[in-house]
Write a new protein. Structure first.
Length: 278
């Protein structure tokens, strides 16, 4: 099976994006793992698939696959690259799109200055809906690991996130603690792990260990989760710049019951064709 693709990134968070509207294909988990492999395939954090929608009120279906082949419910930087791909491939003339995800419809906008904004919906804090094992909802929780007791924030922005405040992102134990928390028993569907350093009321530094991908240069939903957690604790204002290893993202959230907006740069790196085995 020969597949046409584009390699794109948003602040270094990189994707292989495939047009499933104009070409017929059926991707399996081993195909996803091969595409994401940086030594044997193309290399990416996630594989994104553009498909016709199932819902009449959506323009496209947006599917997200982690590097390990598992399917995810949301990816903020991916949504922004998805919108730019649709524009560059001339799949739609619209600047404002509604796309169908595993967790429902979401909006993406192309601005006049070339940025892409993604409406990631209303954050979820109810533990059972994250999902996270806890008796009641709280601003933060205590989690026990083999080596420590940690105070963390837990929420979903279309996918589950746990946020730790750290004195220094540079010194944070991302590669050691990230996989421990990702697979912690209190997160039945695993979790994305954010390490947040406060810089001011309008700026944070962040590193994210992503579920099914490991540490990435940027994570859009992770940026939103960290900023929202800081806002709920009264540490951050409603508009925050998030500095990640791959670049800066903007997060805007008006508060409880309101959607969170993610903004930042996107770029196409190259396009090509690749042969996949069935």
């Amino acid at each position: 099976m020969n597949v046409r693709f584009a390699k794109m990134h948003g602040a270094g968070n990189d994707f292989v994006i495939i047009d499933g509207v104009r070409q017929s294909l059926s991707l399996r988990a081993h195909n996803i793992r091969f595409l994401a492999d940086r030594q044997r395939g193309i290399g990416c954090d996630q594989v994104l698939l553009v498909e016709p929608p199932d819902h009449p009120d959506a323009d496209f279906r947006y599917r997200i696959f982690n590097a390990d082949g598992s399917e995810a419910g949301q990816c903020g930087n991916g949504a922004r690259c998805f919108a730019r791909f649709i524009k560059e491939q001339r799949l739609s003339p619209k600047r404002d799109l509604v796309v169908q995800t595993l967790n429902g419809n979401m909006g993406v906008q192309m601005t006049q200055d070339g940025r892409v904004l993604a409406n990631l919906g209303t954050p979820v804090f109810e533990p059972a809906a994250v999902p996270f094992t806890a008796d009641t909802a709280a601003l933060d929780y205590e989690i026990q690991t083999a080596d420590d007791r940690l105070r963390v924030g837990v929420l979903s922005v279309g996918n589950p996130h746990v946020v730790l405040q750290v004195p220094s992102c540079k010194e944070a134990p991302v590669t050691q603690l990230g996989p421990v928390l990702e697979a912690h028993e209190r997160f039945p569907e695993r979790v994305n792990v954010g390490f947040m350093e406060l810089r001011s009321r309008t700026e944070i530094t962040l590193r994210v260990f992503e579920r099914g991908a490991g540490e990435t240069l940027a994570c859009g939903t992770g940026a939103c989760a960290a900023a929202i957690h800081g806002m709920r604790l009264g540490l951050l204002d409603n508009a925050v710049t998030v500095q990640l290893p791959g670049g800066k993202l903007s997060v805007n959230w008006a508060g409880e019951g309101k959607p969170v907006w993610l903004g930042g740069p996107t770029a196409t790196v190259f396009e090509g064709d690749i042969r996949l085995r069935q």
